[in-house]
Design a protein around this ligand. Structure first.
Ligand SMILES: NC(=O)C1=CN([C@@H]2O[C@H](COP(=O)(O)OP(=O)(O)OC[C@H]3O[C@@H](n4cnc5c(N)ncnc54)[C@H](O)[C@@H]3O)[C@@H](O)[C@H]2O)C=CC1
Ligand SMILES: CC(=O)C(=O)O
Length: 335
């Protein structure tokens, strides 16, 4: 097959904050399927950053990719068309995503200080965990319009769901339409009542998959996927790399694709995943989904849990501020 260089979008930059396992895998995916002219990597570990840029750069010189890759600063990243935040601690075996909150909220806050002033046109995509809570705080920290701040949310969980359902129903994953909704975390739930194979509801196309035992097995598989992969290899990277790269493409191409994404839900008072149309301006509009009684309760329980975590984090932030102010006053008093 002739080496064709796919045309990247003219002069569009995707900045990736954090070039560890997830950031570098996303960068590699963007090089392999060029959609932008430049990928900018930012990481305070300068040796790692330079090495990632060199290694990824080597993957672009064979003539197959027209996307340039370079190291940049947070300030430069703040002017990119899309900023993807992968910076932060990751779970160790047995740890929950929520346990990363304090560490990753500090990192997130410092990233916005370093990026300021952020371009008013930037689309901000959160990947670092706990992604729904970080998306919630990123809205405030970035000052960007609500529609321009989104988290990858349950897009990855939904891909995992399609994978297991495809095997069980013996059809291609692309023929399954089913979403995991709510938190990218333990309180996530599957919207079984709206799942289809082609255009046929599961109750018609494969009623056997709706038995309590299968539903339990599938939801345990989907909820437990990250933990199982992390226990064996220390991280997950390919799945999220592909998900985040696809979302970048939907944004730059203004493709108006429907995905389950984490964004602010006014009726629930937090960010969590619900279906939305995604395009050049970020979240173009939410897509209403009909939930049955059980799913509606799962959604409300999930939102309540997230709101509690947000309230706890806000309390910590205000205590930290009070302590800082007291220390400043003490210092002034001693001068
Ligand atoms: N939302 C999702 O579906 C997924 C989320 N994740 C999350 O993504 C995050 C990253 O995971 P990995 O790449 O495996 O971790 P990693 O430890 O390999 O890389 C994180 C990188 O962030 C960098 N970093 C720290 N502070 C920074 C700052 N202020 N600015 C720029 N970079 C900074 C670190 O130096 C490090 O290189 C974790 O929170 C993980 O839980 C991982 C997989 C899927
Ligand atoms: C780590 C993580 O959040 C995931 O793979 O789902």
């Amino acid at each position: 097959m002739a080496d064709r260089i796919p045309e990247p979008r003219l002069q569009q930059t995707i900045a990736i904050i954090g070039c560890g396992d997830v950031g570098s895998t996303l960068a590699y995916t963007l090089i392999q399927n060029p959609i932008c002219s430049e990928v900018l990597l930012v990481d305070p570990k300068t040796e790692l950053l330079e090495a990632q840029v060199r290694d990824l750069g080597d993957a672009t010189y064979g003539g197959r990719s027209a996307t340039r890759i370079r190291a940049g600063t947070h300030k430069e990243a703040g002017q990119a068309d899309i900023v993807v935040v992968t910076a932060g601690a990751k779970q160790k075996t047995g740890e929950s995503r929520i346990s990363l909150l304090t560490r990753n909220l500090h990192i997130l806050s410092s990233i916005f200080t370093d990026m300021a002033p952020i371009s008013p046109h930037t689309i901000l995509m959160l990947v670092a965990n706990p992604v729904d809570i970080l998306t919630h705080f990123a809205r405030k920290l970035s000052g960007l319009p609500e529609s321009q701040v989104l988290g990858t949310g349950t897009s990855l969980d939904s891909a995992r769901l399609k994978g297991i359902l495809a095997k069980k129903a013996d059809v291609a994953a692309s023929s399954i339409n089913a979403y995991v909704l709510g938190e990218h975390g333990d309180s996530q739930f599957i919207a079984w009542s709206s799942a289809t194979i082609g255009t046929s509801p599961f109750s018609l196309a494969c009623p056997n998959l709706l038995s309590a035992a299968i539903k339990r097995e599938v939801s345990e598989h989907t909820r437990g996927a990250a933990g199982a992969i992390i226990a064996a290899k220390g991280c997950t990277a390919y799945g999220i790399g592909n998900v985040a790269a696809s979302l970048c493409k939907y944004i730059l191409y203004d493709s108006r694709t429907v995905r389950p994404l984490s964004f602010y839900q006014p009726a629930l008072g937090c960010c969590l995943s619900m279906p939305a149309v995604i395009g050049r301006k970020g979240i173009v509009r939410p897509v209403p989904v009909k939930l049955d009684e059980t799913e509606q309760k799962e959604l409300e329980d999930c939102a309540r849990g997230l709101r509690e975590v947000i309230a706890g984090a806000e309390e910590e932030i205000s205590k930290d501020k009070e302590m800082e102010e007291t220390m400043e006053k003490d210092l002034v008093g001693k001068e």
